[in-house]
Structures are given as C-alpha cells and as structure tokens.
Design a protein around this ligand. Structure first.
Ligand SMILES: [Zn+2]
Ligand SMILES: [Zn+2]
Length: 206
C-alpha cells in the first residue's frame, strides 16, 4: 500500500495541504482508470472533466484527479464543468470512451458532518488548518473505504474530444519582442504581432 501514501504526499505538494477532498480525488482518479482499464496519462492519452466549481469547498478533488490520472493543467488535460459536485468524467482518447465517477451522497454527508468540515465552514476556508487528530480519521476513512462505497461509477460510454496538434515554432512580436507561438501571431500590415500588441493596435486612439 505504498502508492496511496506516496500519491497523497505528491498531492499535498501540488495542493498545498492534505484534505479529504484531495484524498477523494486521488481515489476517484483510480476508480476511473480502473473502469476504463487504462494506465495514467504519460502523454495525452486521457482527458478529465471535474465538476467542482471555483467556489466549491472540495477544490482538492480536482488536484487529486490530476495526480492520480496524469491529466494535468500543464498538459491542458483537465477542465472544470462547474456543477458544484464531486464528480469526474475521464475520457480515454485512444479507445474513444469515457466513464463518470461521482462521490456517493453518503460520503458527502459523512464529510460534511465531520469536525474537519465544521471547522472549515466556520472559518469560511476549506484550507483552514485543523489538528491531525481531526484530519487523520477522515483521511483514513477515504483511504480504507471500498471503492464501490465511495463512488458510483457509470457504465463506460463512447466519447472522444478534439485534440489540437502541438506547434513548435515561435517568432518575435514586432512590437514588444516577446517570442510567440505561431498560431498566436496576428499579421497587421507588414507587422507580426502578439495578441496583446494586436489588441492594443486595434484600440481607437484616445
Ligand atoms: Zn484542500
Ligand atoms: Zn507583442
């Protein structure tokens, strides 16, 4: 059982602190990988959609999904579909199929009736520092509970998302000098401009 511990540490590094939503995101990622029978993304094999909104207490869920699945912000392999839920849809781009994993209501209820949640809610901060003796039992609960009791997992269904071709060439902007990836260059007369400089040039003179 080394993997979960190491992953939680990686998650902590990424997310900034350990918390139950982070632990749930890790397990949700693995549940989705398991249902799709695929390993985590080394390159662009997968794509993740998480349903937490920007104002959801469970932000850690999205970071857990990134660590478990390899669908990272840096690889542009994760988006929010903000529905205010602890839910994940993971797409296997090669086999053109996907699965949705959602935290069960009873698990949400267990979290939300915990001392951890009470402290966070009272302070208005899901990252409020709580003592280990408050946090540990909840992390233990997420680690130890069987997958099918934590999540409802949909049947695998057909799905494929567009995936752009990467560009490798940059040129300098004629106005500011920044090097810009070619698809982001705009031609204005003779000049090749970055988006910011092209926008400025389009503004009417004050
Ligand atoms: Zn957190
Ligand atoms: Zn520029």
């Amino acid at each position: 059982m080394q993997r979960p511990k190491r992953e939680l540490e990686c998650g902590e590094l990424l997310h900034g602190h350990p918390c139950p939503p982070l632990a749930l995101g890790l397990r949700a990622g693995h549940a989705a990988l398991g249902a799709l029978e695929t390993p985590r993304a080394v390159e662009r094999e997968l794509f993740a959609m998480v349903e937490v909104g920007g104002d959801h207490y469970g932000q850690g869920f999205a970071d857990g999904v990134q660590v478990a699945t390899g669908c990272t912000f840096g690889k542009d392999l994760i988006v929010r579909v903000p529905h205010g839920k602890l839910g994940l849809t993971l797409v296997d781009q090669r086999r053109r199929r996907a699965v949705r994993v959602a935290v069960r209501g009873e698990v949400d209820e267990a979290l939300e009736s915990s001392e951890w949640f009470r402290v966070c809610e009272a302070r208005g901060q899901p990252w409020a520092p709580v003592p280990d003796e408050v946090l540990e039992p909840l992390l233990g609960f997420v680690r130890a509970t069987a997958e099918d009791r934590l999540f409802s997992v949909s049947p695998v269904f057909p799905m494929e998302l567009e995936d752009g071709t990467p560009s490798f060439r940059t040129v300098p902007c004629d106005a500011c000098g920044d090097r810009v990836l070619l698809p982001y260059v705009r031609e204005r007369g003779e000049a090749r401009l970055c988006l910011r400089c092209a926008e400025r040039r389009a503004l009417p003179p004050r």
